[in-house]
Design a protein around this ligand. Structure first.
Ligand code: GLC
Length: 547
């Protein structure tokens, strides 16, 4: 049963939502097999509701050989048995909806697993109707202008399949053959998949890797017009099934290219702001707002009904694809000094270790995340400042078991062996760092985050308001107004480790602070400690001393 309204008085539900991405396998194991599962997640829904989560994003839940942690799907209309059953999934939807939370999951349109029956049939027989579900070549020489994404592993986007006697096209691992979207049967098959889950009651999809659906000679094979036409068709279909469903898209592109994924408000409802994410870290490293300011200046207006998704970390490496080579070098040197911390064009570390476990830096990063633009996405475990294990393969070092308590297996599982080792080091290990201990500590990251999320929720302009950066002589200050027809909010952030005093031109406004801590001085100037921040509600007041 759904208890959610279609839209809030201002804006749409996803414009006010806090998203939470989780790896089902890592969250909570209910049957002691060492893997997290759906019944386990259901037991933890109150925890997520209390954190202030509005929408869960589950990484892929489908049957899969897991060469890419489930992003290699072998059956689109089922649940991986390790996670439970379709009935468990329906129960998750009901239990989430009952608590006012929505659920979306990854939908991988671009490719399947090599184990998928479509690919198995395609490679075995040139005359199979499934042959044309994939992209084949006799030479493996086509589309040379398409970049390789997993540069640390793959050397070509073509791989020769001896059984098929041809090369097949893949933008990711060679175990993930790309589907051929020029084939109308493929287009229809993916609409059928969407319908299957929407009929079950799912609230939408995180649309994985949308830029790569089509291939055309002489292009980068990204963001092609054909891709956008299909996504429009996909959106119309999804909307006809459920007008309230969300498409949250993962186009990892520059702002002007991402803009196309919103179409005229008739493609994706949301897209992650990939270029903004590394610039939040870059600005903190440099103690300068300029990188954030520059990318916001390049960020286009969105059609109505659309929204950016923002994030600090996710299940992948911290991608540095949307920065210049010079900035990538700087970011690697600063945030990933050991070569093992680097992966592809990114960094395989979690939030707390990236920010040297410094509470003030972790908190200011969240202050920016929760107020700057769009709807924030939290990554499981980051709410307690979990650590990582860079020695695990691929991106597995940021996908380790959730640390619930200091007991057996961090309270994650009663099994003897787990799908991945626990984080057990001195600083980030579960005996010290876990949900139970942070729940007891009023000053913990977890309790602090619950509080600021509550504050954000009470001030909807942080979700749907316009954004205006305020000029400030001090380059370390990031200050901005968020405004909707009901309220004007101000956030001020000190990106440097040193305390700063500064003035803002806020003529005739009186400011009510929304967070603890006095930041305005008698003469109307602001004063923030190192990495300090404050949020305010503004009201017009001709008597105001703030200048
Ligand atoms: C997306 C996912 C990533 C996955 C890739 C291929 O980028 O975020 O985890 O490996 O798609 O499906």
């Amino acid at each position: 049963m759904k208890t959610l309204s279609t839209s809030s008085p201002q804006g749409l539900w996803y414009q006010h939502a806090v998203f939470y991405e989780l790896n089902l396998r890592a969250f909570y194991d209910s049957n002691a097999d060492g893997h997290g599962d759906l019944p386990g997640l259901i037991q933890k829904l109150d925890y997520l509701r209390d954190l202030g989560v509005d929408c869960l994003w589950l990484m892929p839940i489908y049957p899969s050989p897991r060469h890419d942690d489930g992003y290699d799907i072998s059956d689109y209309c089922n649940i991986d048995p390790v996670f439970g059953t379709l009935d468990d999934f329906k129960r998750l939807l009901d239990e989430s909806h009952r608590r006012g939370m929505r659920v979306i999951t990854d939908l991988v349109l671009n490719h399947t697993s090599e184990q998928h029956p479509w690919f198995q049939a395609a490679r075995a027989d040139r005359n199979s109707p499934f042959r044309d579900f994939y992209v084949w070549s006799d030479t493996g020489q086509e589309y040379q202008d398409a970049r390789i994404i997993f540069v640390d592993t793959e050397t070509s986007n073509w791989t020769f399949d001896p059984l098929a006697g041809q090369y097949f096209w893949h933008r990711f691992y060679k175990s993930q053959p790309d589907l051929n979207f020029d084939n109308p049967a493929v287009q229809q098959a993916m609409l059928d998949v969407a319908k299957f889950w929407l009929d079950l009651g799912i609230d939408g999809f995180r649309v994985d890797a949308p830029p790569y659906l089509f291939e055309r000679e002489g292009t980068s094979c990204e963001n092609l017009p054909e891709t956008h036409s299909y996504l429009k068709k996909f959106r119309a279909f999804v909307e006809a099934c459920n007008p309230d469903a969300l498409l949250l898209s993962e186009a990892n592109q520059w702002p002007e290219d991402v803009r196309e994924y919103f179409g005229d408000g008739d493609q994706m409802h949301m897209n992650f702001h990939f270029p903004l994410m590394p610039r939040i870290f870059q600005s903190l490293a440099l103690a300068e707002r300029a990188p954030i300011e520059e990318i916001l200046a390049r960020t286009p207006e969105l059609p109505s009904g659309c929204q950016w998704a923002t994030f600090l970390r996710c299940h992948d490496e911290l991608t540095l694809e949307m920065v210049t080579p010079e900035v990538r070098r700087f970011m690697w040197d600063f945030y990933a000094p050991e070569p093992r911390m680097r992966l592809n064009r990114g960094i395989r570390r979690r939030l707390a270790p990236l920010l040297e476990n410094e509470p003030a830096r972790i908190r200011i990063a969240h202050s920016i995340l929760l107020t700057l633009i769009g709807s924030p996405t939290l990554y499981y475990g980051d709410e307690i400042g979990m650590g990582d294990n860079i020695w695990l393969e691929d991106r597995n070092g940021v996908r380790t078991p959730m640390q619930w308590n200091s007991g057996l297996n961090a309270g994650f599982s009663a099994a003897e062996s787990l799908y991945a080792p626990l984080i057990a080091d001195e600083t980030y290990g579960y005996p010290r760092l876990n949900v139970a201990s942070q729940e007891k500590d009023p000053h913990s990251l977890l309790n602090w985050l619950r509080g600021v999320i509550r504050t954000r929720r009470l001030h909807p302009a942080f979700g749907d308001g316009t954004l205006r950066l305020l000029p400030c002589e001090n380059p370390a200050i990031l200050a901005y107004l968020r405004q909707n027809s009901d309220q004007t909010l101000l956030a001020v952030n000190n990106l440097s480790a040193d305390s700063q005093t500064f003035r803002l031109d806020l003529a005739a406004a009186s400011l009510t602070p929304l967070l603890e801590g006095e930041t305005i001085q008698e003469d109307g100037s602001f004063s923030l400690p190192g990495y300090g921040f404050q949020w305010y509600e503004l009201s017009s007041n001709p008597e105001s001393k703030v200048s």
